[in-house]
Each structure stands twice: as C-alpha cells, then as structure tokens.
Design a protein around this ligand. Structure first.
Ligand SMILES: Cc1cc2nc3c(=O)[nH]c(=O)nc-3n(C[C@H](O)[C@H](O)[C@H](O)COP(=O)(O)OP(=O)(O)OC[C@H]3O[C@@H](n4cnc5c(N)ncnc54)[C@H](O)[C@@H]3O)c2cc1C
Length: 371
C-alpha cells in the first residue's frame, strides 16, 4: 500500500497503524515540522489494510460515545495535590483508584532530554511525574507493547492522553480480552504543538542562559489558576541554579498565534462533546462566573463521565474529590474544543517558511514574525 493516510490533515500521528501492522512494515518518521507520520516499507507491506482499518481518523464510527456525557466540577481535597496539578487534580484522584487495584498508569512525561513521551507508571511516585500538561505532541508508540502486556496479564490500566490518542487506544484494544480492565481518559485538547519547535525552544533557552536546561514546567501555580493565567508561567531551571526562570514566548506561538500545532488539529474530528474515552478531564474555566464559591486559585477540574465505566471510576475516586454535577451548558460555553477545532491562521504558512529558513530565534525577533 502507498500510504496509510490521505493528506497531513488526516493523520494525527497516533501510531495505531504502526501498532497493528502484522509484519512491522510501518515506521513513525518526523516531517520537517517535527510531527511523526507513518512510512510504509513497500518491500515488507503485504497490503492487508490493517493499518487503514485501525486509523481512528479514517474510521467512520470514530469510537465516539452515543450519548451526551454527565458534567462535573471537581477539586482534589488535598491542597498539596492541587499545587502540583494543572487544574483541579482529577488525574491524581482517578489514577489513584487504578493504582489501588494494582493497575498501571499511562501518561505523558519528559524524558532525559526533556522531550515529551508516553510512559508507564506502577507507583504513585512514577505517576506523579506525569502530572502537569506538557504542551507538545507526545510520542505514543513506546507504550503500545507495554499496555498490551498489562492487559494480557489481566492487569487494570488507566490511559490518559489527547482525544486522538485515546481513539487510537480504543481502536487497538477494544477487542482485547483484557479490555474490561482498561480505563481510557482524555483531555479537552486545544491542539498539540510541534516537537521540533519544542526542541529548538529548549536549545534557545539554554543558550540564552548559558547553561544546561534541567527542568521545565508549564502552567506554574505561582499564578492563580484562571483562563487568563493559563498563557503564563512556563518555568525552567538551569543546571546549578536554584531559582526557576520564566519565559512565555512559546505560549505566544502555541496559544495566541496558534501557528505551531499539528496540521490535523485544525480539522480535528474529536473536538466533540461525544468522546472516544470513558472519562474526560479539563480545566473548569468559567466556574467563577457560574458558582463563585467553587472557584479556587489553586485549580478546578471539569470532568465528563462519558461511559458507565467512566462514571464508575469517578464514583470510586469520589472520596478524594469535592465533586458536584453541573449543567453541560457551562462547559460548552467555555470549552470551544467540545464543539469545533481552532481555525488554521493564515500566518501559519508564513511562520513555517520563516522558521525553516531562519530558525526559531529569528521568528521571535523578525518584524514579520509572530510575536
Ligand atoms: C496539549 C494539551 C492541550 C490542552 N488543552 C486544553 C483545553 O483547551 N482546555 C482545557 O480545559 N484543558 C486542556 N488541556 C488539559 C488541561 O491542561 C489539564 O491537563 C487537565 O485539566 C488535567 O489536569 P489535572 O489537574 O487533572 O491533571 P495533572 O495532574 O496536571 O495531569 C496532567 C495530565 O495530562 C496528561 N498530559 C500531559 N501532557 C500531555 C501531552 N502532551 N499529551 C497527552 N497527555 C498529556 C498527563 O498524562 C496527565 O494525565 C490540555 C492539555 C494538553 C496536554
């Protein structure tokens, strides 16, 4: 077969095709923007079309639940957890239930080079380093075999990722005999930025500081949690220094300019209130408007229970959370990605032409640049 996908806007890079290929003919390869796409080795391909059948973007049923979810506002009862979580600590409460069942947790973490990759955790300590949103597309391919082995051995597993990633997990494991123990959780997702820009950005910060970058955190809670402050507080630590420095130029490209997202994000079919996951977690933006007493500067979560399994998991975590059901209209008003993807700005092409020719630094300082 020539290709799994038909145009870059139809490939989310989820690697489901790579996972299901029975002859190992598919490799995930980054393009010039740093996003991974499947490449088929034509000498190995047996033309079975398993890759196209597994592709969640191609599949007409796309795994979305039939009904509308139940909406909740949630906040972890521990202020300590809230301080180290992006929103209201829903991820910690839900994953604790599965850890308590002896299960494993799958989520996005930084590797030694501060690249974002999906990994597996078996202990609360390993799980803790998955906390905090990392606004870079994570590489999913490393975890498929691990998750498969967990389900083979009858272990419970809790998977968290972007909506396209959770659809891929659904696609690959829905017929697995261990599927009953698999809990699938997605995030409401603005879009996923380029791993190549991320690498260059880290290099630029290190170069400017004259040292090695050892730690990065998005969405620092040194700012009160709110939609406005979600564009602030990218903190980074240089080796040998005690204090974190702050730089928000990356947010400018990601959120305000929206020029570094994956092409498929601008046409994403998972930006829907009907989800492919059991449960969805996000920021409860706007809660201060609807119920001021529920606002907390340390963070508030929005949770959508999409399936009976998701609702059951939420009930099992309820002792860790302040939890209240809310009308869905609130979230739908404040979360654009529950109804449509973000528009691709005209300036995206111009940004990439400038970036590929002159590098990231030039994009920040050039008059035609985006910041
Ligand atoms: C790229 C991206 C875009 C987002 N866009 C929105 C949005 O538009 N609106 C909104 O309300 N919320 C959005 N979120 C989700 C939000 O930022 C929080 O992650 C979510 O509310 C969970 O918070 P928490 O306190 O429960 O979890 P935390 O304890 O902070 O845990 C973070 C969770 O996010 C997962 N994660 C982190 N980085 C990635 C990544 N790169 N890819 C996949 N999974 C990741 C971790 O595995 C973990 O499960 C986005 C997150 C990401 C990563």
């Amino acid at each position: 077969m020539e290709s799994v996908y038909d145009g870059k806007s139809n490939c989310s890079g989820c690697a489901a095709c790579y996972e299901v290929c029975p002859v190992g003919a598919i490799e995930m390869v980054p393009d010039e923007e740093g996003f991974q796409y499947p490449r088929i080795d034509q000498d190995l391909c047996v033309d079975c079309r398993a890759c196209q059948e597994a592709c969640p973007v191609r599949r007409p049923d796309d795994f979305k639940s039939a009904g509308v979810p139940q909406f909740y506002v949630a906040k972890h009862k521990s202020a300590k957890v809230l301080k180290v979580s992006t929103s209201g600590g829903a991820f910690t409460a839900l994953s604790d239930v599965v850890l308590g069942l002896g299960g494993s947790i799958y989520g996005a973490d930084f590797d030694d080079e501060l690249r974002v990759v999906h990994t597996r955790a078996e202990t609360p300590e390993q799980r803790d380093s998955m906390r905090i949103s990392k606004y870079v597309q994570s590489q999913l391919s490393p975890i498929y075999d691990l998750l498969s082995a967990d389900l083979d051995s009858g272990k419970a597993a809790f998977f968290t990722g972007t909506p396209c990633q959770t659809a891929a997990i659904r696609s690959c494991f829905q017929d697995h005999p261990g599927n009953d123990g698999l809990y699938i959780c997605d995030l409401i997702c603005h879009s996923v930025p380029s791993p190549r820009v991320w690498d260059d950005y880290k290099k630029m910060l290190a170069e400017e500081a004259g040292g090695r970058l050892v730690k990065i955190q998005f969405r620092s809670k040194q700012y009160a949690w709110s939609r406005e402050n979600s564009n602030k507080g990218l903190m980074y630590l240089i080796e040998g220094e005690e204090d974190f420095r702050e730089d928000d130029r990356y947010y400018q490209l990601f959120i305000q300019d929206n020029v570094i997202s994956r092409p498929s994000c601008y046409t994403c079919k998972f930006t829907d209130v009907r989800r492919a996951s059991d449960i969805t977690i996000a920021d409860y933006f706007g809660i201060e408007e609807f119920e001021p007493k529920l606002y907390d500067p340390l963070g508030v979560s929005l949770i959508l229970a999409n399936t009976a399994k998701g609702k059951n998991l939420l009930e099992l975590s309820a002792d860790k959370l302040h939890l209240e059901e809310r009308p869905g209209t609130e979230a739908l008003t404040h979360q654009k990605r529950l109804s449509s993807p973000g528009d691709e700005p005209h300036s995206r092409k111009e940004f990439w032409a400038d970036y590929l020719k002159n590098g990231l630094k030039a994009c920040f300082i050039s008059p035609g640049g985006n910041s």
